[in-house]
Design a protein around this ligand. Structure first.
Ligand SMILES: [Mg+2]
Length: 237
């Protein structure tokens, strides 16, 4: 399985880094503990007067480099790569930070190993990146394109209601093997991804998408697979 892992909030403890700085700057501030998180953006869980300061902390030189790994992440990533999955870190650096992009790559070197630097994909729009699944704590990952991946929601208190399969570092490898099974058609043929040549189908054939109910694939006359949306159920009013 080609699996894209988000970095912040999944592999690197972004919130913990902000809280550590806030604790030094404001010793009397009651910190928002991980279990008390309710909004995707940490600054939205703090009073509004801290918003700019939190934004500045995130952009400081060394902030990203100093983040601790999320417990269980490093071991699980190595295990999944060892199990044969194509594991990538797919992360959107802060546009307003000079240091964030470079430090994100260096963080991966430091915590996962130098050879993992080539597994980092920096992008502001993850829908441009091909993958079977994207493991991300954002409740909904959107962009300019229809994504080729299924979003697996990395469980955090602020995304419990998010659509899709939910994963954590305890069950991720198991869910990936289920995804792998789902990517195989009943005849054992590996399923196709959008835009890929499918050798055993004829033009005009339509297949159910194994992961996204309501989505299906058609095979165009040139033999490439294209998504069709005719099976999407009408919205109820
Ligand atoms: Mg994230």
């Amino acid at each position: 399985v080609l699996v894209l892992f988000d970095q912040d909030g999944v592999v690197a403890d972004f919130d913990g880094g902000v809280n550590a700085k806030l604790a030094v700057l404001h010793p009397n501030l009651v910190l928002v503990e991980p279990s008390a998180r309710r909004n995707f953006y940490l600054h939205d869980d703090y009073p509004p007067e801290y918003r700019d300061e939190i934004g500045a902390i995130e952009c400081e030189e060394g902030f990203i480099l100093g983040l601790a790994p999320v417990p269980g992440a490093v071991e699980a990533l190595h295990a999944m790569l060892g199990a044969g999955h194509d594991v990538r870190i797919c992360t959107a650096p802060l546009s307003r930070s000079t240091f964030c992009p470079g430090e994100k790559v260096q963080w991966v070197r430091d915590h996962l190993g130098a050879e993992w630097a080539s597994r980092v994909i920096l992008t502001k729009d993850k829908t441009y990146v091909r993958g079977d699944v994207l493991v991300d704590d954002k409740p909904e990952v959107k962009g300019a394109l229809v994504p080729a991946w299924e979003h697996l929601v990395f469980e955090r208190p602020y995304n419990l209601g998010a659509k899709g399969r939910h994963v954590n570092w305890g069950n991720c490898e198991q869910v990936l093997s289920e995804v792998e099974d789902g990517l195989r058609r009943p005849d054992g043929e590996a399923y196709v991804a959008e835009g890929w040549w499918h050798p055993n189908t004829k033009a005009g054939q339509v297949h159910d998408h194994p992961l996204n109910p309501g989505r299906s694939w058609s095979v165009a006359s040139h033999g490439m697979c294209e998504p069709v949306y005719t099976k999407r159920p009408a919205k109820r009013r």
